[in-house]
Design a binder for this molecule. Structure first.
Ligand code: SAM
Length: 407
C-alpha cells in the first residue's frame, strides 16, 4: 500500500542550473521520510540540486542523518567542465544551512571510498560519469559500504545517447535486486540492496495492482514536473525582470533628457522675452501702453510654458502607456516607489495628473520669480499687482496680500 507523506510535497529552497535532476526531488524527499537513513552519500553533486534537496528533507524531518557529497567539482565529459563559482556558491549555501550534519568532500569517488566503513551507508546516490564501465565500477566499489537498510539510487537510467550506459547496468541489476524505477527526468532507478530496505518497497511504495503502481509513478512524475516548471518560471521571471529594469531605465533617461531639453528651451525663450521687454521698456513712451505690452508678454510666456509642459506630459504618457503594466509590476515588487521619475510616471498613468504636475507648477513659479527679478525694479510693484490679480492662489501668503487684508 502506497504511503503518502508530507515530504513528497517539498518546496525546494535552492535550485541552481542545471535542472536535469529536479524532477526527482519529490520522490527522494518522500524516500528520506520513509527510510529515515542514518548515512546518505551522494557521488556526483555538481550545483547541488539533488544533494541540497536531500539535506532539506533531512532537516525538515529532523532525522539527524549524516550526509556526504562527493565530487571533484571540476565536471566531466557529460556534465561539462565548469568553473570554481559552482563549488563556491554551493559551499557558501551549504555551510550557511546544513553544515551541522553535512560535509562536502572535494575528491574523486575512489578517494572518498576509503573514508567509509563497510555496511555504513543507508542511501547512496550514484550520479557521476555515466558510461557503463564507470557506473559499474562505482556501484561495485561502493556496494560493500551499503548497510542492511541500503538503497542505491541511479540517475539517468533512461538516457540512451552520448555513450551513456546507466540504462544497461540498470537492466542487469534489475535481474539481481528488488527495484523500482521512474522514467521521467532522465530516469531514476531505485535499487533495494539491503534486505531490510525491502520493507519500504513492499509496504510503502508498491501498491496492490500494476495500474496503481503506474499511478504512483505518474504522480511523482507530475510533482517533479511542477518543480521543474518552477525553475523555468524563476528563470523567465529573472530574465523579464532584468529586461524590464533595462527598458524602464532607458525610458526614464529618455524622458529626463526630454524634460531637460524643454526646460532649457523655456529658459532660453524667457531670457529672450525679458531682453525684448526690458529694451522696449527703456525706450517707452506711454505708461498704459507699456503695462499692456508687459501683460501681453507675460500671458504669452505663461501660454508657452504651459504648452511645453503639456507637450512633455503628452509625450511621457504616450511613450509610457506600453510600459504601464510592467511598471506597476515593478512598483508592486520593489519598494522603489520613492524614486521621483517613477512616482511621476505612475501618477500620470493613474490619471492623477494634478498631483503629478505639481513639481512642474513649482518649476513655473520659480521661473516666473526669476523673470520678475530680471525686470527693472521700478516695474516690479506693478508686475506683482498684476500677478496677484491673475493668480491669487499663488500669493495668498504674500506679505502684500496679507497687508491688504489687514487694511
Ligand atoms: C551529472 S553531475 C551531478 C548532478 C547532480 N547530482 C545534480 O543534482 O544536478 C556529475 C558530477 O559528478 C562529478 N564526477 C564525475 N566523476 C567523478 C569522479 N570520479 N569523482 C568525483 N566527481 C566526479 C562531476 O564533477 C560532476 O559534477
Amino acid at each position: 500500500m502506497f504511503q503518502i507523506n508530507n515530504s513528497m510535497l517539498i518546496e525546494p529552497r535552492k535550485l541552481t542550473w542545471p535542472y536535469g535532476w529536479c524532477g526527482h526531488i519529490p520522490f527522494v524527499s518522500w524516500l528520506i521520510e520513509e527510510q529515515r537513513p542514518n548515512v546518505i552519500v551522494e557521488l556526483g553533486t555538481h550545483s547541488g540540486n539533488s544533494y541540497l534537496a536531500m539535506c532539506q528533507a533531512v532537516a525538515e524531518n529532523g532525522i539527524g542523518t549524516k550526509c556526504y557529497a562527493v565530487d571533484t567539482w571540476k565536471g566531466d565529459e557529460h556534465a561539462g567542465n565548469y568553473d570554481e563559482d559552482v563549488y563556491n556558491q554551493l559551499f557558501k549555501y551549504h555551510n550557511e544551512h546544513y553544515a551541522a550534519f553535512s560535509n562536502l568532500m572535494r575528491m574523486t569517488f575512489d578517494e572518498a571510498n576509503t573514508y567509509f566503513s563497510e555496511k555504513s551507508i543507508d542511501l547512496l546516490h550514484i550520479d557521476g560519469f555515466h558510461t557503463y564501465d564507470v557506473v559499474e565500477h562505482d556501484f561495485k566499489n561502493w556496494l560493500s559500504k551499503m548497510s542492511e537498510n541500503g538503497i542505491v539510487l541511479f540517475h539517468d537510467i533512461n538516457v540512451r545517447e552520448r555513450n551513456f550506459g546507466v540504462w544497461k547496468l540498470w537492466e542487469e541489476l534489475c535481474t539481481q535486486y528488488p527495484n523500482y524505477e521512474f522514467k521521467h527526468s532522465h530516469g531514476l532507478g531505485v535499487l533495494f540492496v539491503g534486505k531490510a530496505s525491502l520493507s519500504i518497497l513492499i509496504e510503502r511504495l508498491k501498491t496492490e495492482s500494476v495500474n496503481s503502481d503506474a499511478l504512483v509513478a505518474k504522480m511523482f512524475a507530475r510533482l517533479g514536473e511542477l518543480i521543474f516548471l518552477k525553475t523555468h518560471l524563476d528563470v523567465n521571471e529573472n530574465v523579464s525582470q532584468n529586461k524590464l529594469n533595462i527598458d524602464i531605465g532607458q525610458e526614464i533617461d529618455r524622458v529626463k533628457n526630454l524634460i531637460e531639453n524643454k526646460q532649457n528651451e523655456i529658459i532660453h525663450h524667457t531670457d529672450q522675452l525679458v531682453k525684448t521687454v526690458t529694451e522696449h521698456f527703456s525706450s517707452s513712451v506711454k505708461k498704459n501702453e507699456l503695462i499692456e505690452l508687459k501683460l501681453d508678454i507675460q500671458q504669452q510666456l505663461i501660454k508657452k510654458l504651459t504648452e511645453h509642459i503639456d507637450y512633455t506630459n503628452d509625450s511621457i504618457q504616450s511613450n509610457l502607456k506600453v510600459q504601464q503594466q510592467l511598471l506597476n509590476k515593478i512598483i508592486e515588487r520593489n519598494s522603489i516607489w520613492n524614486i521621483q521619475p517613477l512616482r511621476f510616471f505612475s501618477l500620470v498613468l493613474k490619471g492623477q495628473k494634478k498631483e503629478a504636475i505639481k513639481p512642474f507648477k513649482k518649476a513655473i513659479r520659480s521661473l516666473l520669480r526669476r523673470l520678475y527679478y530680471k525686470f527693472p525694479s521700478k516695474w516690479q510693484p506693478a508686475l506683482l499687482d498684476w500677478a496677484i490679480k491673475v493668480h491669487p492662489s499663488w500669493f495668498k501668503n504674500h506679505p502684500r496680500v496679507l497687508l491688504n487684508k489687514k487694511k
